[in-house]
Design a protein around this ligand. Sequence first.
Ligand SMILES: [Zn+2]
Length: 260
Amino acid sequence: MPFRQVGSLRIYQFESLIHPDLDQAIFTRRGGVSPDPWRSLNVGGTVGDERDRVKENRHRAFTAVGRDPATIYDVWQVHSAHVVVADAPRTEKSLIQADVLITDNPQVTLFMRFADCVPILLFDPKRPAVGLVHAGWLGTVRGAAGAAVQAMVELYGTHAKDLLVGIGPSIGPDHYPVGPEVVEQVHKAFGPSADRHLHVRNGQVHFNMWTANRDLMEERGVLSIEVAELCTVCHPEDWYSHRGEHGTTGRFGALIALSE
Ligand SMILES: [Zn+2]
C-alpha cells in the first residue's frame, strides 16, 4: 500500500520510488494543528492560516520522514516551466519564482505545496539526483515535466531511461472540466495527441493532466512512471482541493531528497 501512518501523519509514498537512497513523501492533510478550513496539516503560508501553525505542520512533515526542516529548498510556485538548481538549502528570504526543482545534494530537501495541481517526483538512482515539479494545467502545457527531465539530463548526465517518476494526487479528469482557452492551449502544446488528454463528459471537455504529464516525460525517454490516480476532489479527507473547496482551503506538501 502506498499509504503509511507515521505518528499522527498519513503519508503517501510511491512504491516504485522506495529506495534506500531516497526520502520521498506526499503528505495528506491529516495529523497537523490547523483548524478548519485548513484542517489540519496545512503547509501553505499564503492561504490565511497562522504562521506558527504552518511552521509546526512543516516541522511535523519533515521530521516524519527524517528530514531536517533547515534543509528545505522551496520556491514561489507560479505555473511556469522555470527550473531552479538547488545546490544548497535555501538561504535567501524571498522565494524565487519557479515550478521545477532539481538537486544532487543529499543535504537539500526539495519541497512544494499543492491543492489540485500535479506533484511530480523524479529520482535518478544511478547518478544519483532528484527533481520535483508543480504542474497545473498551465504548467502542463508549458512543459514543466519535460523541462525537469531535460534539466536532469543536461546538468547531471541523467539517462532518462534510468529515471523513476511518480505522478501524485491532483484534480482528476473526472472533476476537471476546462474552458475553451485551456482546450486551445492543450492543442497547441500536444498537437495531434491532444485528444488523448481531452474527453467530453456531460457536454463539457475534461482535461487529463495525468496522461498529459506522462506523455511529456515518455517522449523524453522516461520508462518508469507510477501514477497515483488519486483525485483531490474525490478524497477531501486526505487532500486539499482548491476547486473542490471553492478556493478556501490549505495546501498539502510534497517532498523529495537524497538520503543523507
Ligand atoms: Zn474526482
